[in-house]
Design a protein around this ligand. Structure first.
Ligand SMILES: Cc1cc2nc3c(=O)[nH]c(=O)nc-3n(C[C@H](O)[C@H](O)[C@H](O)COP(=O)(O)OP(=O)(O)OC[C@H]3O[C@@H](n4cnc5c(N)ncnc54)[C@H](O)[C@@H]3O)c2cc1C
Length: 496
């Protein structure tokens, strides 16, 4: 049994309704930029309506190796879709980049025309920041190459790759780095926001494993950033999101890894939540860095409420079994599915339940300590609905080896992240789905401090405070590299 069984949904059918402003580009004409025979209506950076001349659009199409798709292109409708089915947007054009030169052409075009631009990595943004109505979607979906150097134990990974591409390529060499829990998440937005995954207690956040990156900034230049090259920009992209440019490639540190790991779920009926969570609150303070263990509360489709623990032990399985024994001894489990298994199985176990097209809302909060009061409120606030779940990204361990000023991501003191997640397929349930998530969040908010922007719908509203002492530096760097705020489809840091 896994999370799939209690929040399984079907992919919502997408409706490709034509956006009125795109009337100039019918399905039978001008499907690609090179074939455009008229100007196209678009939206500027500040939201004003504008027209893009046919010559300029045609030149972009000629310059780029990848296609520039307009409404009517056979792949336009599939390309414009993003993970969250709530966002049914119609970009004026989709610049599907194949390489860094394509990215530079697309950035130059957007900047020169003052055109709204949304950068799409894996398309997983909850609030839909990787798409827009009437602007350009700068789409990295064809840039998914991962080059592993087994001797150096590093990997160059394209900015449009998915976490599954990264895991697959590195595991083949007996190597790994921290990657998130759903394999169809994009490395781009995921890494730029911080990167929580099942190995972060041992190896740190994904940003702690970024050795360098190639980034195209608003001036159209490609820069290599690292601790030695443009260190301020390197600091800013490790937590500052997509504010600073388009990352064409990341260079990751890898670690030797036995992919046969002790992992899986321990599941109890929700009636035993007090025993399980009270034990966890105390016991988890001293667990080893090898052990990742985090609580989940949810409701199965048949209405059974559960409290579960997601487990990964990256180390000697015998030692792992021994460390887990006290947790396993609590109460009476419905299922003990922790076993030695391929890490790939663990890393893809949520993929189906979180398939593209689901309608979803999410909020989260960082927790410094699992207190008795938090346990009480988690039990009281439980929502017995199969569309809602609360899960945790366990932190601590190596995540705390870095201080809050060391990278743009500031929340280093947290032991855990509480994630409130709702998912449904019927558009008529949109308001109810959002409200459930907000209700759960509101009930537990007093136990949290700050949030992880990547798993937050409303991050835009509180971006200044959430970066805490790092915001002023981020704004100054934004002012240097993106003074016109070209990259604003994100939790936006205003240029100082
Ligand atoms: C089902 C699901 C599971 C998740 N699991 C985890 C998890 O385990 N751990 C975790 O930390 N987070 C997780 N997340 C959150 C995830 O980190 C964010 O949604 C992240 O933004 C996804 O990156 P993406 O490239 O797919 O997103 P996109 O929607 O493509 O982009 C998100 C933002 O990043 C920018 N961006 C994307 N790629 C680039 C690039 N190459 N260069 C510059 N800017 C770029 C976009 O412009 C946008 O502002 C999950 C999200 C979902 C939906």
């Amino acid at each position: 049994m896994d999370r799939r069984t209690f929040c399984k949904t079907t992919v919502a059918a997408g409706v490709a309704s034509a956006w009125p402003l795109l009337g100039a580009c019918s399905r039978d004409s001008a499907p690609t930029a090179t074939a455009v025979d008229t100007g196209i209506r678009a939206v500027s950076l500040d939201g004003a309506e504008m027209e893009l001349g046919k010559a300029a659009v045609g030149e972009l199409g000629e310059a780029m190796q990848g296609p520039v798709m307009l409404a009517g292109h056979p792949r336009y409708d599939s390309a414009r879709r993003v993970w969250n089915g709530m966002h049914d947007k119609h970009p004026a054009l989709i610049a599907r980049c194949r390489n860094v030169q394509d990215i530079r052409h697309a950035v130059d075009f957007a900047r020169d025309h003052d055109l709204l631009v949304a950068v799409r990595g894996g398309g997983h943004s909850w609030p839909g920041k990787s798409t827009c109505d009437g602007g350009m979607m700068l789409d990295l979906a064809d840039m998914t190459t991962v080059d592993v150097d087994p001797d150096a134990q590093t990997a160059w990974c394209d900015g449009g790759a998915l976490l599954g591409h990264l895991d697959n390529a590195t595991l083949a060499h007996g190597l790994v780095t921290t990657a998130g829990v759903v394999s169809h998440t994009g490395v781009g937005g995921y890494t730029l926001g911080g990167g929580f995954g099942r190995l972060n207690r041992k190896y740190g956040l994904t940003i702690d494993n970024v050795l360098g990156a190639e980034i195209v900034t608003a001036d159209g230049r490609m820069r290599y950033v690292s601790a030695d090259n443009e260190p301020d920009l390197f600091w800013a992209i490790r937590g500052g999101g997509g504010n600073f440019g388009v990352v064409s490639r990341f260079l990751y540190q890898l670690h030797p890894f036995d992919r046969n790991v002790l992992s899986g779920m321990l599941i109890w009926p929700v009636e035993q939540a007090r025993d399980v969570l009270e034990f966890y609150a105390d016991w988890s303070r001293d667990v080893s860095r090898e052990l990742y263990v985090g609580p989940v509360m949810a409701t199965m489709p048949d209405g059974t409420g559960i409290v579960a623990m997601e487990v990964v032990y990256d180390g000697d399985p015998v030692a792992g079994e021994k460390e887990l024994a006290p947790l396993r001894a609590i109460g009476t489990m419905i299922d003990d599915a922790v076993r030695l298994q391929d890490y790939k199985i663990t890393q893809t176990q949520e993929d189906e339940a979180t398939a593209h097209g689901i309608r979803s809302y999410a909020k989260n909060g960082m927790v410094r300590e699992f207190t008795q009061a938090l346990v009480d409120d988690m039990i009281d606030a439980f929502i017995p609905d199969p569309r809602a779940a609360i899960f945790t990204h366990t932190a601590g361990g190596a995540v705390k080896d870095h201080g809050e000023l060391d990278t743009a991501f500031p929340h280093r003191n947290a032991e855990s992240m509480l994630v409130y997640y709702t998912g449904w397929t019927d558009p008529e349930q949109d308001e109810e789905g959002k409200a459930m998530c907000k209700q759960w969040h509101a009930a537990l908010e007093r136990h949290t401090g700050g949030y992880y922007d990547n798993i937050e719908w409303e991050g835009d509203k509180t971006v200044t405070g959430n970066y805490g002492p790092n915001y002023a530096r981020l704004a100054e760097i934004k002012g240097r590299y993106d003074p016109g705020n070209l990259f604003r489809m994100n939790s936006n840091i205003k240029p100082a």
